[in-house]
Design a binder for this molecule. Sequence first.
Ligand SMILES: [Zn+2]
Ligand SMILES: [Zn+2]
Length: 547
Amino acid sequence: MSKQNKLRIIPLGGLGEVGKNMTAYESGSDILIVDTGIMFPENDMLGIDYIIPDFDYLLDKVDRVVGIVITHGHEDHIGAIQHVLNVIPAPVYATPLTIGLIEAKLARNNALGRASLNTVQAGQCVQLGAFQVEFFHICHSIPDAVGLGITTPAGLIIHMSDFKFDHTPVDGWPTDYAKLAELSNRGVDLLLSDSTNSERPGWTPSEMVIGPALDIVFDSAPGRIIVASFASLISRMQQVSDASVRHNRKMAFVGTSMVDNAKIARKLGYLKVPDDTLVPIEQALTMDPKKVVLMCTGSQGEPSSIIGRLSAGTNRHFDLRTGDTVVLSSHPIPGNEESVSRAINRMLRRGADVIYDAIAPIHVSGHASQEEQKLLFNLVKPKNFIPIHGELRQLKRHAYLAKQVGIPEENILVVENGEVVELVNGKLKKGERIPGGYVFVDGQSIGDIDHGVMREREKLARSGIFLIDLNVDKYSGRLLGEPEILTRGFLSPDDAEELLPEVRKRIMDIVNGGGLSAEKDIAGAVKSFLYNETKRRPMVFVTLSKT
Ligand SMILES: [Zn+2]
Ligand SMILES: [Zn+2]
């Protein structure tokens, strides 16, 4: 066996979690990267904008990276591109819409000049070092998504990123079944495929069901319609535009990312909105409410999004008003259910009607359900299988489905981020472990925030803070006045009035009694006193100056 006949698969993100998809393939000295996504922070990750994959493994191998291939334009696949290109300036390959969205993202971050962006059409093939990459069209919730056939010295791989088998997609361009069959005939050594919906039986409904559901909403809305979705859900923009035309309403995109993406998709021909249907937001706000549709971000209830601000009454441009109909056209990402639910309640309180996917089919998933996943196995007939894109339970479920359709158990490997897999002589085996964790991005700072900082922020948010400022005589060690105390997020004013005199007295007894004189000891004593009194543990800080 020559050394070249080994393929290493390095899962850097998206395995064991939802989001920040990134995989590296290593054949001999050549490395191919597929996708560079981000993940949105969970509720307890305070102050974090987003999370990128830990790609430390690649840092001493930058010269060996022959290319970065991106499967489609969703944030969990392109979001980290500027961070990756910063350290790995390899050429990027993707279809026209995906390149357009990457271009806009790089331009917003002043990183466009250095990037080598290469447009590939679905159906084309690119040789990148040891990897021959064939791009083939697949259906998803954004146009121009592709799966990849990757021929390597160790065998033929199919990298099936997000997909669904929709026979009536919005853009009329179904998955390239013929290509999948052709790859299958050549003999597929390894399939990697999207596990997002592996717990969902049956078939994912076609995008087509949304049209009639939107018609019902448009027919009955007494005033403005505000549709919230993701800025990259271009298919949904198309459907809202089509409904606007059918119901004789004008449409405005709201928010930078929404406006930018719509512009790119229209320019490239992936979004067809008639010129006389589209109006700027300023104009839309002055029009008859019954003639207007606004499309904006915030379907996940994110506080900084337009829907988040509308629900809180803090949007600059315009407010919600009675008679508005808000359509949340997406499914909450796991972990976001709470904030979505809060936003819905707040908007109802402001007099708007809110339509969400639990009460009307105004959203369908972009991911294959169990029957589609099984069809893919039967179509591709892979010798080996690695489930990707999903939490561990979804990966496990996907592995179970593979076994059901007859892929031998020993040919299926469930791994999480950082667990290297090797394909040698047609067989999978586990390799070493490499870092595969989170890198937090917080404003301009990347990766400087560690889990310790996150824990501190969580503690501050959960329990509040208690600051004590003491001034003591440097000779006698006795207090020169009452301790000054400042608390935030810990006590109500009434409770404070009751408790603070006691805390002050306790501190004076301790310090003047000569018992404790170090700041951290005083803090410790105060902490246990506060815990005894309130059963809560705020962060306690003591500053002590000697005069
Ligand atoms: Zn996607
Ligand atoms: Zn995805």
